[in-house]
Design a protein around this ligand. Structure first.
Ligand SMILES: Nc1ncnc2c1ncn2[C@@H]1O[C@H](COP(=O)(O)OP(=O)(O)OP(=O)(O)O)[C@@H](O)[C@H]1O
Ligand SMILES: [Mg+2]
Length: 267
């Protein structure tokens, strides 16, 4: 049964004439890792805002465990696209704060756990730096460590690795898989990404959005058994076919939108 459910959800921001999300229906099962890909501006972050309870839908219904989503809650950890850390707290203290807020650890134990989380994301020697003293990719890694500290059942992640360099990205993807599988019940993850390979490596299903307003164009089941091995995956014929299918879905939509604007001229 679906844990997260979006039923004909639309969102028009105040003052806008065009919806950011239009009639979006999507069901995400408990323990599922769903990736969302789609062109810039198609409403991916807006959908995260709705699922997080930070924004209210103009129409339609969003539920978590059959209960309407009306506000943010500790059951959902959000990694924002702009990795919003508290600028007045060091990297370590940002994570300590999350551990204490979620009640997972206090005092010395929280500082030790925060140190381990920073080490996991490769930033143990930056623990006393403030966000303003870190690079974009480093800030993003602190934000991920902070989200991991929350140990929530649902993760809403908006391009969490977008600003991270290739080497760290690969290890963070594997870290995310560890977090997902966890020790008890699997977490439910809604992951927005621009990286098709990332989606194919991580996800159970991939929702390809239309260019906008946000709707699902196609849901793709990722057929590869786990654990997935990058090296073998990229050589698998089905991987290459799925990758091409997603690319052509994205390109087709962009092309169609362009044709509408241009009246089809010159293509
Ligand atoms: N707070 C806001 N107020 C008004 N309009 C907004 C707001 N946030 C987003 N929008 C508009 O909603 C639409 C969808 O934006 P959204 O940020 O959800 O796209 P996205 O798919 O996350 O794009 P990207 O891939 O570039 O991050 C855009 O037209 C954008 O201008
Ligand atoms: Mg976005």
């Amino acid at each position: 049964m679906a844990l997260l459910n979006l039923d004909s959800v639309s969102l028009v921001y105040p003052g806008d004439d065009r919806p950011a999300v239009a009639n979006l229906s999507l069901a995400i099962d408990q323990g599922e890792l769903l990736a969302v890909v789609g062109p810039s501006g198609c409403g991916k972050s807006s959908t995260i805002g709705l699922l997080a309870g930070l924004t209210q839908a103009t129409s339609g219904l969003l539920t978590l465990n059959n209960m309407p989503i009306v506000a943010p809650g500790p059951d959902r950890a959000v990694v924002f696209q702009d990795y919003s850390l508290f600028p007045w707290m060091t990297a370590l203290d940002n994570i300590v704060f999350a551990l204490q807020e979620s009640g997972r650890a206090l005092g010395k134990a929280a500082r030790e756990e925060a140190g381990k989380l920073l080490e996991m994301v490769g930033l143990e020697s930056y623990s006393h730096k403030y966000p303003g003293e870190l690079s974009g990719g480093m800030r993003q890694r602190v934000a991920i460590a902070r989200a991991f500290a929350l140990d929530a059942p649902v993760y809403l992640m908006d391009e969490p690795f977008g600003a991270v360099d290739a080497r760290n990205r690969v290890s963070l993807q594997d870290l995310l898989l560890k977090l997902w599988i966890g020790s008890g019940a699997k977490k439910t993850i809604f992951l927005v990404t621009h990286d098709i390979d990332e989606a194919l490596y991580l996800a159970d299903r991939i929702a390809v959005f239309t260019p906008g307003p946000g709707r699902v164009q196609k849901i793709i089941e990722v057929p590869f058994p786990r654990p997935r091995r990058r090296y073998f995956l990229v050589q698998d014929r089905r991987y290459i076919d799925l990758r091409n299918e997603i690319l052509s879905l994205l390109q087709k939509e962009i092309l169609e939108e362009f044709q509408q604007v241009e009246g089809g001229a010159g293509i």
